[in-house]
Design a protein around this ligand. Structure first.
Ligand code: ZN
Length: 66
């Protein structure tokens, strides 16, 4: 009787930033449902892609001499 004692497969998700799969971690035990990024780095760079910075150009008044 060769019984392969395989561990219970950990749940996994796809990172919303880099798209790579990552496995459940103990530190995410509580917030696994909310985890969407494989690392803190990806988590921070989530809003980096969505560039919504308004063109904050200084109103440089350039009056032509005349
Ligand atoms: Zn990632």
């Amino acid at each position: 009787m060769a019984r392969t004692s395989h561990k219970a497969a950990l749940p996994s998700k796809l990172c919303q930033t880099c798209g790579l799969p990552f496995n459940w971690r103990k530190k995410w035990a509580r917030e696994w449902d909310n985890v969407r990024y494989c690392s803190e780095r990806c988590r921070r760079s989530k809003s980096s892609t969505a560039v919504s910075d308004a063109s904050m150009k200084n109103p440089t008044v350039h009056k032509p001499e005349g």
